[in-house]
Each structure stands twice: as structure tokens, then as C-alpha cells.
Ligand binder design. Structure first.
Ligand code: HEM
Length: 226
């Protein structure tokens, strides 16, 4: 079968993604030890878990800034790639959800095909928007505040004290954990289990001949009808 490749993931995105993934997995493990020291001891002493957690947190916050800088000012595609349009929400989102709960198990292929200008299906757009514009910034912000509680005393008093900040940080981290499990599961549902991982590693996605054929047919069909 003839295949073509498209360049889907530029180098900065790939560097950010794996640094971020490694950092967040480290944060989840060390964070679990800090929260539940009686049950989790993988990082050694309590002090070393905290040190590792603080370091990984700074790495993730910096790599987040790198991600934002790249998409916003280098590629300029941040909004186009990450913010869903009205019809994607009203039509495409449900279609994609239906595919993952039903069509996928019936052997259908995904109703969406990635191109460099439109990399995400409506479900990815919504999830990545929430995770990259809300959850990661807030978990980083609350983490940075917890690293600097001294100078923040006044702000802490206003938002209700350290307990609230700790609870918020933990709750956001749980959401991130829930996203991560879903994200990794969905990432294995390509035409082969590794099909979606390869572009995030090499940059290139394989587009098979069948899909091309299908697209050209659709185009011809549309031309015939017009
Ligand atoms: C072990 C952990 C992880 C694995 C195996 C993994 C896997 C993948 C794969 C295969 C893709 C490409 C498919 C796609 O574009 O949707 C991807 C993209 C993405 N992942 Fe992950 N991921 C991991 C952790 C994370 C974490 C922790 C976050 C965020 C907090 C994250 C956020 C994203 C985003 C935003 C994209 C789209 C990036 C872009 O193209 O701009 N991933 N991931």
C-alpha cells in the first residue's frame, strides 16, 4: 500500500511534550509521596520527595512557558490549533465522542484526520484547551505560591489560608492525573497502538493510501454535486 507522510509535530512541540510528560509523571509520583507518606516511599526520604517535587515543578513551569512562547510567537498558531470553533463544538465534538464510545469498537475509522493546520479533532481541542489554558497554569501557579508562602502571607489570608491553597493544588493535580490516564489510553487507539506516538517522537505522521483515496472521492463527489 502506498503511503505518504505529513510533518505534523515541529521539533519545539516534541521537546516540550516529552519534557512535560516526564516532569508531570515525576510530579505525580513525588506528589503522591508528599501527600501519602505512609503509603508511598518510592522517592526515598520525605525531604528528597519534596526536593524532587519542587525541581520537577520548576521544570514543568519553564517548559510550559516554552510551549506558550513557541505557539504564540514563533508559529503563531496557538488559537487556530487549540481553540475550538462553534461548529466543532456543536457538531464535531459529539461525533468524536460517539466514535470513541461506539464506532471505534465496531471497527470504524476516526471521523477526523489531522493536518498540520488542524491537528486536533474537536474532542482533543476541548481537552487540550482545558488542560493547557486552565489546569496546567493553575496547578503551576498554586505550586509556585506554595514555594513562596512567606512573601504571599497577605494574599493567603485573603483566599482563606494555606489549607485552601494546598487543597486547590491537590484537586488540580487530581484533574491532571485523570486527564493523563485518558490521554494515554486514547493515544493508543490509532490504526496501530503506536500510530499516534510516532509523530510525537519523529514529527511525521503516516497517511495511508486508503485515506487519500477516500478524500479524493469525497472531493470528486462534491464537485459532481455542484
Ligand atoms: C506518559 C505520558 C504521556 C504520553 C504517553 C503522551 C502521549 C501523547 C501523544 C501520542 C500525543 C500525540 C497525539 C495528539 O496530538 O493528540 C500527545 C499530544 C499531546 N499531549 Fe501528551 N502524552 C503524555 C503526557 C502528557 C501530559 C502530562 C500533558 C499535559 C499536561 C500532555 C499534553 C498533550 C498535548 C497538549 C498534546 C498536543 C500537543 C500539540 O500537538 O500541540 N501529554 N501526547
Amino acid at each position: 500500500m502506498e503511503s505518504k507522510y505529513v510533518y505534523l509535530q515541529p521539533t519545539p512541540v516534541r521537546i516540550w511534550h516529552w519534557l512535560n510528560a516526564f516532569g508531570i509523571v515525576t510530579l505525580i509520583i513525588s506528589g503522591a509521596q508528599i501527600r501519602f507518606p505512609e503509603y508511598v516511599t518510592v522517592c526515598g526520604s520525605y525531604r528528597s520527595a519534596i526536593l524532587l517535587h519542587n525541581t520537577a515543578g520548576i521544570v514543568v513551569a519553564l517548559s510550559f512557558s516554552f510551549w506558550f512562547f513557541y505557539y504564540k510567537w514563533v508559529s503563531g498558531a496557538l488559537t487556530n490549533i487549540y481553540v475550538p470553533k462553534m461548529d466543532e463544538l456543536s457538531n464535531g465534538l459529539l461525533k468524536q465522542v460517539f466514535f470513541y464510545f461506539w464506532g471505534y469498537f465496531k471497527g470504524a475509522s476516526s471521523p477526523f484526520h489531522a493536518t498540520p493546520d488542524s491537528k486536533f479533532n474537536p474532542m482533543q481541542k476541548s481537552a487540550y484547551l482545558a488542560i493547557m489554558f486552565v489546569i496546567v497554569p493553575l496547578v503551576s501557579l498554586t505550586g509556585i505560591m506554595l514555594l513562596n508562602i512567606g512573601p504571599l502571607r497577605q494574599i493567603l489570608l485573603i483566599i482563606g489560608g494555606l489549607q485552601i491553597l494546598v487543597a486547590l493544588h491537590f484537586l488540580l493535580a487530581c484533574m491532571l492525573g485523570a486527564f493523563l490516564m485518558t490521554h494515554v489510553y486514547l493515544a493508543t487507539l490509532g490504526s496501530t497502538p503506536l500510530a499516534y506516538f510516532k509523530p510525537m517522537w519523529t514529527g511525521w505522521e503516516k497517511v495511508d493510501h486508503n485515506h487519500h483515496h477516500h478524500v479524493t472521492e469525497e472531493l470528486h463527489g462534491a464537485a459532481d454535486r455542484s
